[in-house]
Structure formats: structure tokens, C-alpha cells
Design a protein around this ligand. Structure first.
Ligand SMILES: [Zn+2]
Length: 105
């Protein structure tokens, strides 16, 4: 495995782990609201800060991934990273119209 492939996979795994944690942080905020805890409360501020920091770390990783350009091993078309919204993970996609298959890196 080349070090570039290894680095990309490490970034992808870290991004996926951050998505899981960010979703938990969203759940925590909802749970606190459910318990009647309001926006100005220290507990709510801490939960929202945690969520924000996880999303910022995820965005940093996705920005790094989006600088990567590869060619699909199936169809040789360009492949690029498409960032996910909020806590949703991003994914690789063909950068141009392509046959109906997921990109293979
Ligand atoms: Zn392809």
C-alpha cells in the first residue's frame, strides 16, 4: 500500500469517526432540550461547543480530502471528494458523468 493511499484511508477513517461522534453530540443536544435544559445553560453551551468542535474537525479533514484528485480504476474518469453536510460523512464521486458504479480508488 502506498503511503498516499494509507494517508487517504487514515483521513477517511478519522472523518467517519468524527461523524459518529458529531451525531452523538446532536443527540445529546436534543436530549438536553428534552430534559428542559435551555440554550443559556452551561450544560447546553458545553454540548453545543462539543458539537461545533467535532464539526470543525470533520470540516478540516474534508477540506484536506477535497484537495485529493484520483482516477477511478474502473472507468479512468476523475474522482473527487464531496463533503457531507453537518454530521453526514462525505464521499468520493466521479467528477464527470460516469457509468453507474461507485468510484473505485
Ligand atoms: Zn468509475
Amino acid at each position: 500500500m502506498s503511503s498516499q493511499v494509507h494517508k487517504r484511508e487514515v483521513l477517511e477513517r478519522a472523518m467517519a469517526a468524527l461523524c459518529v461522534e458529531a451525531k452523538k453530540a446532536y443527540g445529546l443536544v436534543e436530549e438536553l432540550y428534552g430534559e428542559g435544559i435551555r440554550d443559556g445553560d452551561q450544560l447546553m453551551l458545553a454540548a453545543k461547543q462539543l458539537r461545533l468542535e467535532l464539526l470543525q474537525a470533520k470540516a478540516d479533514l474534508e477540506r484536506e480530502l477535497s484537495t485529493w484528485i484520483a482516477d477511478c480504476r474502473e472507468c479512468y474518469r476523475r474522482v473527487h471528494w464531496v463533503a457531507g453536510i453537518a454530521a453526514e460523512p462525505g464521499h468520493w464521486a466521479h467528477a464527470e458523468p460516469a457509468p453507474n458504479h461507485p468510484p473505485i480508488l
